[in-house]
Design a protein around this ligand. Structure first.
Ligand code: SF4
Length: 216
């Protein structure tokens, strides 16, 4: 299956509130991406990272997940550190950075106002994540960034939320499914309040690196 099969169309209209929001952004910033943000990285990867949704001035602007805002600074720096990326992160979709055995996507593909998607929007977009996971035949590990992403991933894996409670750096093994590892979202708010420190984020990817290296 190609990445195009699992991706929503640029004019996906399943979430009327998000369609209005991205159309407003198109009027204000016609040079921005302002559309569902496609995943970044190969479908052949062992690792899938799932964020919440594009940031207004980050992925919604640049068209690449986590690119151009604060959360991307920490995420890409960490991926480079643990050899899940090579090159230099230049905060644009054309910086030449390449992911290594890693793919990044969002549970909700369109930017939501105040970074807060509704339950209906999460449910509407989840089939795209399910299709993406199904298309990743080498997938061994999923990192969910934040509790909402954790729940979205569990839904995509058809697993009960109550069986796998969210906790930072928790490692879950749903039967017959990829390993799921939780992390607090690498947002500016979480790092400013020290809910998530650089060391805590490093520990997540150190764990991921060990799991992938030990199951090759
Ligand atoms: S969030 Fe997902 S389902 Fe909703 S309009 Fe965007 S691409 Fe479509």
């Amino acid at each position: 299956m190609s990445s195009a099969v699992s991706a929503p169309r640029r004019d996906c209209g399943l979430c009327p509130r998000l369609v209005r929001y991205r159309e407003e952004s198109r009027d204000q910033h016609p040079d921005w991406h302002n559309a569902p943000v496609p995943a970044f990285g190969s479908l052949d990867a062992s690792l899938l990272i799932v964020g919440l949704a594009p940031g207004l001035k980050g992925a919604n602007r640049t068209g690449r997940p986590f690119t151009g805002d604060y959360a991307g600074d920490l995420l890409y720096q960490t991926l480079l550190k643990f050899d899940f990326a090579h090159g230099e992160y230049g905060k644009t979709a054309t910086d030449g950075l390449a992911l290594v055995d890693c793919r990044i996507t969002n549970g909700i593909r369109c930017v939501p106002p105040q970074n807060k998607p509704t339950g209906a929007e999460i449910n509407a977009c989840r089939p795209f994540l399910s299709a993406e996971i199904a298309a990743m035949k080498n997938l061994r590990c999923i990192v969910a960034l934040g509790a909402v992403s954790h729940t979205t991933v569990l839904g995509a894996l058809e697993q009960k939320k109550s069986a796998f409670p969210f906790a930072h750096c928790a490692v879950h093994q749903p039967p017959g499914r990829p390993i799921l590892i939780d992390s607090y979202h690498c947002s500016r708010y979480n790092t400013n309040t020290r809910r998530l420190t650089t060391d805590m984020f490093n520990n997540v990817f150190k764990t991921v690196r060990e799991i992938i290296d030990n199951t090759t």
